[in-house]
Write a new protein. Structure first.
Length: 760
């Protein structure tokens, strides 16, 4: 076996000092394999879940950002150039970015070494995204590791994976001596007491409230019992909700009269400290709430250390504690928990026998044994599929590599913003206070904030959250309660300059409100957005602007993401879609397949609105018109040289009349990007992806003058392309047009990364 061991073994997952179970597992596995194969070089690629870097140990050779798709591709490049012989991936849907963690696939598609994937979660009923990612993950892995027989059964039954591809290797545990619990109790001040323990990152799924509910009954029979809840609250839960869960548990203990019997130790403890806490334990409790948990590292730790366990019957517990190796109790049943605990405390002989059995079985779970078994899996993976040589640069041509998008830089967006919202205009790169604010731009900025929050990545989240709040507050203030209309223009002194804005600005505000209602993860933002949308929707029935109809339809589509079947929204969609269809049929001819006698501004939004309605109502005629009108628009906005040339605002394009080529506006390129990407989603025709890319590259200099409008040094975008120059003023509309286009291109790129085949 020694001669076939890999020389260079890479591990991918979270890594200590990141505080999560996967990070601990990746670290411990890497160290165990390194100890089992001292001649091999073991190193890790760590997945970061925050903007700040961790102080990683030397084994971490590469860091990637959880939600930044490009960093996965860079990680693949690193692994290929390092000539890793095998890559061991720790998989959990929640630790990778993209839908169901699909960003990971961008890495797996480009690495050239065999992949051994440890599945920490195997879902019996995955949703569509989870199944898609899981099936691709299975296809791209040479071998799969699960930690329980149940995992292999689900892989075979649900995903069709043969047993020959699966290795069942138990969760590794530290090697601890079998010592009576009284040995450790004195140092914790619990000598003479019977210690119950639950440990791990705290969160609602742990079910600790049910263990606390069981304590009065336990304490009544065994007054010396103390329940130790060991572990910090999960960092993501703290960021979202603070310590509300832990405080609720503390209040519950006080209400049930057992506060003298509960100890909360709110720390992520070191392995050495954890060993001592486990050593002081008599009975371990896992009152988890979800059956579909295939692996529990905490359960493995205490079982292998020779402790009696009372647990709810999640999958790992069912398997590990079968045949009397522990006591299983129903979910959410405090009385059953009390009975299980007392069954051990009432019978010391039974408790001791259970401990001895667990410890004996645990010898096969200690990390040295687990490390050897992973090495055998690595060896088999290499034997079955040899890695391609490093020199295969033929596969790195531009045609075969992903399209590189500019990195996100929001400096200018934030520079243009204050506590009121985003300002309209700039003089060069300096905000122009004199022109004040408008609803149009605050709506655009709020949409951008929601898209970027959904995308994630290394964006200035705190600044985006403040901007989103300011823009939403602006929209709320803009809605005139008397008229039911959104006002548009506000002075820098915060005075409204009109009672009602244009129909277009009202509809853009509805679009933004629908987006907040449909996408925001901030509950307050979501609720206020829905309220604004519902209050602003009725008046659109009287609108005569086709673009206002289109913007409203875009907002309705976003709103229905969260509120499908909403009667008023569905009715408005039917009404406005019918109007656009009728507008087309009254105007369009074979030579002029358009909605109006003049193609003016935000043209592609008309097509995009019908594409969405056509797919989701469904409305086949609307879809047909959307595709036909967009195809014509693409043809008249493309030069012989092959670059995008939007219809200019200096005269627009009249039927049987002139076609203005300048001044070209960024919003036209943005609208075209959005509509073409929607056409691609509707048809899966790669030509639409190319049209979206063509329109996006207009910002980057693929235009009539060969000059970029996007300024990568500031993060701003010029206000237009004239006959002889770029307008150097970087106003909000133009800058937001670029960043919205970039966000949508990133969404499309993410979707392609999660698909089986990439369209070149």
């Amino acid at each position: 076996m020694e001669s076939t061991l890999p020389d260079r073994i890479a591990f991918l997952g979270g890594y200590l000092p990141r505080l999560c179970g996967i990070a601990t597992f990746t670290h411990d596995l890497c160290e165990a394999v390194a100890e089992a194969a001292p001649a091999s070089h073991c190193y890790a690629c760590a997945v970061n879940d925050r903007l700040e870097d961790y102080d990683y140990p030397p084994r971490v050779r590469f860091e990637l950002a959880e939600k930044d798709l490009d960093s996965y591709r860079r990680a693949a490049d690193f692994l290929n150039f390092e000539n890793a012989d095998v890559l061991c991936v720790q998989h959990e849907f929640g630790i990778y970015g993209g839908p169901a963690g699909g960003h990971l696939l961008a890495l797996l598609k480009e690495v050239r070494m065999p992949v051994v994937t440890t599945l920490h979660t195997v879902l019996r009923q995955p949703n569509l995204d989870q199944r898609k990612v899981m099936e691709e993950l299975i296809r791209r892995s040479a071998r799969l590791v699960v930690m329980a027989r149940k995992g292999a059964e689900i892989l075979q039954a649900v995903y069709g994976v043969p047993d020959s591809k699966v290795d069942i290797i138990p969760h590794g545990i530290p090697d601890m001596p079998f010592i009576d619990s009284s040995f450790y109790k004195a140092q914790f001040g619990v000598e003479g007491r019977q210690v119950l323990l639950t440990f791990g990152l705290l969160g609602p799924g742990k079910g600790i409230e049910h263990a606390i509910e069981a304590l009065p009954e336990i304490v009544k029979r065994h007054p010396n019992v103390v329940y130790l809840v060991l572990g910090a609250t999960h960092p993501h839960l703290v960021a979202r909700e603070g310590e509300s869960y832990r405080l609720g548990l503390e209040r519950l203990a006080e209400e049930r009269g057992v506060k003298d019997h509960v100890i909360f130790y709110n720390h992520f403890v070191s392995l050495d400290d954890l060993k001592e806490f486990i050593g002081a334990t008599d009975i371990y409790l896992t009152p988890y709430l979800n059956e579909a948990q295939i692996t529990s590292g905490t359960l493995a730790y205490v079982f292998g250390a020779g402790k009696a366990v009372v647990s709810t019957p999640y999958w790992h517990a069912q398997e590990l504690l079968a045949d009397g190796r522990g006591i299983l109790v129903p979910f959410r049943d405090p009385h059953a928990i009390a009975e299980g605990v007392c069954a051990y405390l009432d019978s010391p002989d039974r408790l001791q026998e259970t401990r001895e059995t667990a410890y004996r079985l645990g010898r096969g779970m200690i990390w040295p044994a687990v490390g050897l078994r992973f090495l055998e899996s690595f060896r088999q993976a290499r034997t079955e599929r040899r890695a391609a040589p490093r020199a295969a640069f033929a596969g790195w041509t531009l045609a075969s590599r992903p399209y590189d998008l500019p990195p996100l830089r929001l400096d200018h967006v934030l520079r243009m913003s204050d506590g009121t919202g985003i300002l309209q205009h700039a003089t060069f790169t300096v905000p122009n206070f004199h022109e004040g604010y408008c609803t149009d731009d605050n709506a655009r900025a709020f949409i951008l904030c929601n898209l970027l929050d959904e995308l994630g990545g290394r964006s200035p989240t705190e600044g985006l959250d403040r901007l989103a709040t300011s823009c939403l507050a602006f929209l709320a203030a803009a809605l005139n309660p008397v008229t039911g209309r959104f006002r548009n223009f506000m002075s820098h002194g915060r005075h409204w300059l009109e009672e009602s804005g244009s129909e277009d600005s009202h509809a853009r505000a509805l679009w933004a409100a629908g987006t907040g209602a449909g996408r925001s993860r901030n509950e307050g933002h979501r609720k206020l957005s829905a309220l604004l949308f519902e209050r602003g929707l009725p008046v659109t029935g009287s609108f005569s602007s086709p673009r206002a109809w289109a913007f409203t339809l875009l907002g309705i589509h976003e709103y229905l993401r969260r509120f499908p079947g909403h009667v008023q929204a569905e009715a408005a969609r039917e009404r406005l879609t019918a109007r656009l269809v009728r507008l087309w049929e009254d105007c369009a001819t074979e030579n002029w397949p358009w909605f109006e006698p003049t193609a003016t501004y935000d043209n592609a939004r008309l097509s995009q609105a019908l594409l969405l309605s056509g797919q989701h109502m469904p409305h086949p005629r609307a879809l047909e018109i959307g595709l036909k009108s967009l195809g014509w628009l693409a043809s008249v906005q493309k030069t012989q040289a092959g670059h995008f040339r939007p219809i200019g605002s200096d005269g627009f394009y009249e039927r049987d009349g002139g076609h203005a080529y300048f001044d070209q506006q960024p919003v036209e390129a943005q609208a075209m990007v959005s509509a073409c990407l929607e056409a691609f989603r509707a048809t899966q025709d790669a030509g639409w992806s190319r049209e979206a890319k063509r329109a996006f590259e207009w910002f980057l200099g693929r235009n009539d003058l060969g000059l970029p409008l996007y300024d990568s040094s500031t993060g701003g975008c010029g206000d237009g392309l004239h006959r002889d120059r770029v307008n150097e003023n970087q106003g909000a509309e133009s800058t937001l047009a670029f960043h919205l286009s970039l966000a949508e291109m990133n969404f499309a790129d993410n979707a392609l990364a999660s698909s089986t085949d990439r369209t070149p």
